[in-house]
Design a protein around this ligand. Structure first.
Ligand code: ZN
Length: 389
C-alpha cells in the first residue's frame, strides 16, 4: 500500500543533506519545497534570528480532507467530520541532527537497512520522522483518504537543549493533541511520561593559602565541593528520579589551597515534587558542606524543561493504541528518562506522546533505520489521522 520507492527516495534525499543544529537550512528548504509542491502553505518563524541560527521552525497547516475533493461527509458520522474540522492533530518532528553529520554518505543496503558509511551519523533521528510525515501527505493524496486537519511542526535546534521549540510560539497551534515523532525503536512504542530536567551550577568560594607554609590558613574549595557531592544521593535516586554530577572545575597550582571550584549537575524526575525535592537536597548538601568548612557557595538553577505524563485512558493514548491495532501491532506505552520537544509543547497545554520512529543506535556512527520500520511508521500515521476516539 505504501509507495516504498517514493519513501526511500524521500528519506535518502533528506538524509544526504547537511542539518547540524542551528544550520538546518538545507533540510528546511527541501521540506518547504516538498510541502509547497503539494500545494500547502508553510510558515517559518523567527527562531533563526532569536537563536543565532540560519533557520526557523516550520509550521504547515493541512485542512481536513485536504487530499480529497469534495469532502465525503458520508464516509464518517457527521459529528466526527465536524469535530475533525475544528480539532487538528499535531505531528511534530525536528530538522536538526547531531554531529558528525556533514557530507553524510547514506545508502540503503540489500538488507533493506539505511546506514551511513560509519564516519557520520545517519540522521534517522529525526529525519525518519520528517520523511514519514511528508510520505503521509503523498499517501493521503494518492489514496484520497479522509483525514482530520493536521498541523505539521518541524522544529530546529532540538538536539541542543530544545532551543528551537523553546522560542516557538506554541499558542499559535490550534491542536490540543499531538504526536512527537522522535524516539528510537520500531513503531508501536509510545512514550506517555518523561521527566522534567533541572540544571544546577554551584560556585564554591574557599580561601587561598600557601599549601606548604600555611595550609591551616586556607579553605580548599575543592575539598568542600567533594564533601558536598559525597553527601548527595546521585544516580537513580528512585524509580522516577535521577541525578548526576556532570563537571567539576577549579583550583590551580598544587602549592595553593584552591580558592574556587565550580560544579555543574542535573536532576530529572517524572514527578515535579520529587524533582524539586532532589534539587533542594543537592543544594542543601553543598551548602552544609560549605558552612561547616567556613566556605561560601552560590547556586544557580535552571529548569530546562518540565515533566509530562499522559494517562493511558486519554484520547491521545487510546487513538495511538487503536492505530497500532489497525496496522497489526501491539501498542507499548512506556516512560522515558530523556527530554523532547513534547516537554515544551505539553507546557503549552498539548496532550501528546512521543512515538518510536524506527531509528536505532542514534547519536552514533552505527545509527541505522530499517525500511520496513519506516514504512510501518507511515502506515501508523495514516491510521492516526483516521482514528476517531
Ligand atoms: Zn531526535
Amino acid at each position: 500500500m505504501i509507495d516504498e520507492k517514493r519513501l526511500v527516495e524521500l528519506f535518502l534525499r533528506l538524509a544526504r543533506l547537511n542539518a547540524p543544529s542551528l544550520d538546518e537550512r538545507q533540510v528546511a528548504d527541501a521540506v518547504t519545497a516538498e510541502l509547497k509542491a503539494l500545494g500547502l502553505i508553510v510558515a517559518e518563524d523567527d527562531a533563526a534570528s532569536r537563536l543565532g541560527g540560519t533557520t526557523g521552525n516550520l509550521l504547515c497547516r493541512v485542512p481536513a480532507n485536504w487530499a480529497i475533493e469534495p469532502v465525503p461527509d458520508d464516509d464518517k458520522p457527521a459529528g466526527w467530520v465536524e469535530k475533525a474540522r475544528q480539532d487538528p492533530l499535531l505531528f511534530s518532528t525536528h530538522l536538526d541532527t547531531v554531529q558528525p553529520c556533514l557530507g553524510k554518505k547514506v545508502h540503503l543496503g540489500s538488507d533493506r537497512i539505511f546506514r551511513s558509511d560509519g564516519t557520520t551519523i545517519l540522521g534517522a533521528d529525526d529525519l525518519a520522522g520528517v520523511a514519514a510525515v511528508l510520505a503521509l501527505l503523498h499517501e493521503l493524496r494518492t489514496w484520497k483518504k479522509p483525514h482530520r486537519p493536521l498541523e505539521l511542526l518541524f522544529s530546529v535546534a532540538e538536539e541542543v537543549h530544545l532551543q528551537g521549540i523553546s522560542v516557538f510560539d506554541a499558542s499559535s497551534l490550534h491542536a490540543r493533541e499531538g504526536y512527537v515523532l522522535d524516539t528510537s525503536g520500531s513503531p508501536g512504542t509510545g512514550i506517555i511520561a518523561a521527566p522534567g530536567h533541572l540544571h544546577l551550577s554551584f560556585t564554591v568560594q574557599g580561601r587561598p593559602a600557601h599549601a606548604g607554609i600555611a595550609p591551616e590558613a586556607g579553605i580548599s574549595a575543592i575539598a568542600v565541593a567533594a564533601q558536598g557531592i559525597a553527601r548527595m544521593r546521585l544516580g537513580r535516586v528512585d524509580p522516577e528520579t535521577t541525578a548526576n554530577i556532570g563537571r567539576i572545575e577549579g583550583g590551580g597550582e598544587t602549592n595553593i589551597v584552591a580558592a574556587g571550584c565550580t560544579v555543574t549537575a542535573e536532576c530529572r524526575s517524572l514527578d515535579p515534587g520529587r524533582l524539586a525535592a532532589q534539587a533542594r537536597h543537592m543544594i542543601d548538601s553543598m551548602e552544609e558542606a560549605a558552612a561547616e568548612a567556613g566556605a561560601t557557595v552560590s547556586v544557580q538553577t535552571h529548569q530546562s524543561y518540565h515533566p509530562y505524563r499522559v494517562d493511558p485512558d486519554q484520547p491521545v493514548a487510546r487513538r495511538f493504541q487503536a492505530a497500532c491495532t489497525a496496522i497489526g501491532k501491539t501498542a507499548r506505552l512506556v516512560s522515558t528518562g530523556g527530554g523532547s520537544d513534547l516537554n515544551v509543547l505539553s507546557r503549552a497545554g498539548l496532550s501528546g506522546m512521543v512515538l518510536s520512529c524506527g531509528m536505532q543506535q542514534v547519536h552514533s556512527g552505527a545509527e541505522y533505520l530499517a525500511l520496513d520500520d519506516l514504512s510501518d511508521l507511515v502506515r501508523l500515521l495514516m491510521a492516526l489521522v483516521d482514528a476517531p476516539v
